[in-house]
Design a protein around this ligand. Structure first.
Ligand code: FAD
Length: 383
């Protein structure tokens, strides 16, 4: 792993540590008590979104000039982790605030930045990032949604799939083919009230149930030129440039899930008695807890290291963020499964949070690029 000359792997300034404490307190006191109901009702938690907005947490993905905290990716990862420790669905509110606006932040015009970013930083507006399609997930270049230029407007047609925030987003950043033959793609901002736009089908899912996932439909949706982000032939590069950063959100979410499950299982193991002593004193359980703690710490180090690389725009960013996402999500899946085992039968029922954490952990191996796709990115960087 190369490191920028003279730069340490990463440093957490006192300001970040203080903000982490504040977010941890909010998460533990106000989000944790809601987590079970958010999962059971499978409803988007508007109250949690308001809470995150009120406490400047939704300002974390944004530069200060657009009303954000200007604190960068490492602080964003720390915040995502703290929220995911208690409720993965709630952490997605913050993750998508980043994912859906990063195309504008990185490639948008000054006018687009002024129009959208300040209102996203306050939490007034929520975005969605619409790349995947029924026939195009890992291979987005094969997408079928089209955008055709008509004077100073563009006309979009197609259906997207698996789009987080479907139905609650105020605008969608939609990737659409502008030249199928040459596999050219553009990125377009579609506000929710455009004629021809509909939310489409919403999914019933295994986990992250408080985060709506759906299939927005575009039928002759007209948008002005002013809503094209960057070069309408370079949208695929734009999307991949965004994802190489935002997959750190999935990594941080995974670290949070793993730590939340470890902490819960550890506390439980000190209370639960079998054969006359707490199960924590049975070596078979204690070693499991030790492995959970150690693997989570390793996943966190890599996630923070890659987040700092994003802040420094390091040359091997894609490889680092893919490694962080791959390792952290596999750790989250393994750790949460162990946590269920530590709780025995109690781990399998919804009264205890670890079964929810195990269901929530699975998605971190799939979205923001499956772990197989992360392995492709890493091995290509090694070639
Ligand atoms: C809850 C949820 C939320 C989501 N949110 C969003 C969102 O907000 N915006 C968005 O655009 N998308 C979103 N997605 C889509 C997600 O990114 C895709 O599901 C993911 O990229 C995989 O695509 P796919 O489901 O079509 O699987 P496929 O691409 O069909 O893959 C199927 C399997 O084949 C493997 N595979 C595919 N190609 C290769 C290869 N070359 N080598 C090895 N293995 C391969 C995959 O890893 C996977 O295991 C979301 C998905 C879910 C489930």
């Amino acid at each position: 792993m190369t490191t920028a000359a003279g730069a340490s792997a990463y440093e957490i300034p006192q300001e970040f540590a203080d903000f982490r404490e504040t977010i941890r307190q909010i998460a533990q006191e106000k989000i944790a008590p809601r987590a079970h109901d958010i999962d059971a009702s499978a409803e988007y938690p508007w109250d949690i979104r308001e809470l995150l907005a009120e406490n400047d947490i939704l300002g974390l993905p944004f530069e200060a000039e657009y009303g954000g905290t200007g604190t960068g990716t490492l602080m964003l990862s720390i915040a995502t982790e703290e929220i995911a420790k208690v409720c993965a669905s709630s952490s997605l509110i913050l993750m998508v605030q980043d994912l859906g606006t990063l195309p504008i932040q990185l490639f948008g015009s000054d006018e687009q930045k002024e129009r959208f970013l300040p209102r996203c930083a306050t939490g007034e507006l929520s975005p969605a990032f619409a790349l995947s399609e029924p026939e195009a997930g890992s291979d987005p270049a094969s997408m079928r949604t089209t955008a055709v230029q008509d004077g100073d407007e563009w006309v979009l047609n197609g259906t997207k799939n698996w789009i987080t925030n479907a139905g609650i987003a105020d605008f969608y950043v939609v990737m659409a083919s502008t030249d199928r033959e040459n596999r050219r793609i553009g990125a377009f901002i579609v506000e929710k009230d455009r004629d021809g736009f509909s939310v489409g089908k919403l999914e019933k899912k295994m986990g992250i149930k408080g985060s709506p996932t759906g299939s927005p439909v575009f039928e002759d949706v007209r948008i002005p030129d002013a809503n094209v982000i960057g070069d309408p032939e370079k949208g695929l590069g734009l999307a991949l440039g965004v994802l190489q950063r935002t997959r750190l959100g999935a990594a941080a979410q995974a670290v949070g899930l793993a730590q939340g499950a470890t902490d819960y299982a550890n506390a439980y193991a000190k209370e639960r008695i079998t054969f006359g002593k707490p199960i924590h004193e049975h070596q078979g359980v204690a070693f499991k807890l030790a492995d959970m703690e150690a693997r989570t710490a390793a996943a966190r180090e890599l996630t923070y290291r890659a987040s700092a690389a994003a802040d420094r725009d390091e040359a091997d960013l894609a490889k680092l963020t893919s490694m962080a996402k791959l390792i952290a999500s596999d750790v989250a899946m393994w750790v949460t499964t162990q946590a269920v085992q530590v709780l025995g039968g109690y781990g399998y029922v919804s009264e205890y949070p670890v079964e929810r954490m195990m269901r929530d952990a699975k998605i971190t191996q799939i979205y923001e690029g499956t772990n197989e796709i992360q392995r492709i990115v890493i091995s290509r960087a090694m070639a």
